[in-house]
Design a protein around this ligand. Structure first.
Ligand code: ZN
Length: 421
């Protein structure tokens, strides 16, 4: 999908060049809204979905006459959790000549978080050599005829979700449904499986934070495992309804945001407050769906952070069934013992607008923030997600419907009927 924001910026830049011819290229490169990443020999393009590059400047050639460029990514607003995203295409303007480039990737107000990856087609990615010097990423690149994509993580853009969700809907019992629209009018789509006679709902959401790709990859494999033809799946879907919203922040994804939606809001600090259109869509669906006997019983929210960790509600919190998350993660641990460390991290974050906390307080159920490490091996993410789906389906099936309903513990009065004894 064409990135509208960048094309506007490019038009702005062209206008400025024609109207303010005296402005030096240097000033343009650092002006807040300028793109200005087109040089005589090389063009750094970010005019695609999930593309992100805010300013470029050519530095003096080094002692080996390598061309050096400093490329800057800026956060959408601040304060912000520092997860600097970058994604751009390096295009050789003189394709007859192979060029040796040195790139310095800077992020405004933040240290580098993501190790750079490269791709020729924007779909297949590989890690690339780099150095961190003064919190910036330094890359040496040999640029031949072919353009090269460089990004913070693999690009999983809005077009990918559209295609992937269509393919799940075509090849499984899940159907595609439009939950609503984002602030800028992009579709927020859902995969749904429900039967009128069922009343227990499992909710999955993802991509509240655009750069958290390993969480997105985990959700993709988890959902694929849920949607396959298998006895366990048939049994699971015969009892439970499932609602999946894989990409809750499509505007943030399109703009290559570091964390927020297009209004500069952290969606995972908005639950319970519901000031943002994106979280409101899910709340609206919950209110419409959870009527009469319909109940939410469990939810997962996929993210990425420095390490693999499962943020849970503790067994002592007012949610049911008491030990559900602990027991499921024990099963996941046993299923992935040889390759993976399951780290449960029980805790609360009252009043902070976090999805799992909101669900615990509002519906008295467990939910988990499923976090994959930024650098976790991609095959392992897939394997763990598949085992997670299998063990969770089994755990949910092993749980009696009434056990999902929270009942406050009745403190029995101490009856001392024979004090003389
Ligand atoms: Zn996150």
């Amino acid at each position: 999908m064409h990135n509208v924001k960048t094309s506007f910026e490019q038009i702005n830049v062209q206008k400025r060049i024609s109207h303010l011819a005296l402005l030096s290229a240097f000033l343009l490169a650092f002006s807040a809204s300028s793109y200005a990443c087109e040089f005589k020999d090389v063009h750094f393009a970010a005019n695609f979905d999930a593309g992100k590059l805010d300013a470029c400047v050519q530095l003096a050639d080094d002692e080996f006459s390598n061309k050096q460029y400093e490329l800057l990514s800026k956060p959408e607003n601040s304060p912000i959790n520092p997860s600097p995203w970058y994604a751009f295409k390096v295009i050789n303007q003189t394709p007859a000549n192979t060029q040796e480039l040195r790139l310095v990737l800077k992020s405004e107000g933040a240290k580098a978080r993501y190790s750079p990856k490269m791709s020729i087609d924007g779909k297949h990615w590989q890690p690339m050599p780099f150095e961190i010097i003064d919190s910036n990423i330094h890359i040496k690149l040999t640029l031949g005829q072919e353009a090269i994509y460089i990004a913070a993580q693999e690009i999983v853009d809005n077009a990918f979700y559209a295609q992937w969700m269509n393919s799940i809907a075509e090849n499984s019992p899940f159907s595609l449904s439009k939950l609503g629209s984002s602030t800028q009018g992009r579709n927020i789509d859902a995969l749904v499986h429900s039967k009128p006679e069922n009343n227990e709902w499992f909710l999955i959401i993802g991509r509240q934070h655009p750069p958290e790709i390993t969480g997105a990859l985990a959700l993709i494999s988890f959902v694929e495992q849920l949607s396959i033809e298998h006895d366990l799946n048939r049994e699971f879907l015969a009892r439970f309804n499932v609602m999946i919203v894989p990409n809750l922040n499509p505007d943030g994804v399109a703009h290559g945001n570091w964390r927020h939606n297009t209004l500069g809001s952290d969606l995972n600090r908005d639950w319970g407050k519901f000031t943002q259109i994106e979280t409101q869509q899910v709340k609206y669906w919950l209110d419409l769906t959870l009527i009469e006997q319909q109940r939410l019983v469990f939810a997962l929210d996929f993210h990425s952070t420095q390490q693999d960790v499962f943020y849970t509600m503790g067994s002592d919190y007012a949610v049911a069934p008491q030990d559900f998350s602990k027991d499921w993660l024990k099963r996941l641990k046993n299923a992935t013992l040889s390759s993976f460390v399951v780290r449960p991290s029980p805790g609360t974050s009252p009043g902070r607008g976090v999805f799992k906390q909101f669900l615990a307080d509002e519906y008295k159920i467990h939910s988990i923030t499923y976090e994959m490490g930024d650098n976790t091996d991609r095959q392992l993410i897939r394997h763990v997600a598949q085992e997670a789906a299998k063990t969770l389906m089994q755990k949910m099936l092993d749980t009696e419907p009434e056990s999902f309903i929270f009942t406050p513990l009745l403190v029995e009065p101490i009856v001392n009927d024979n004090p003389s004894k």
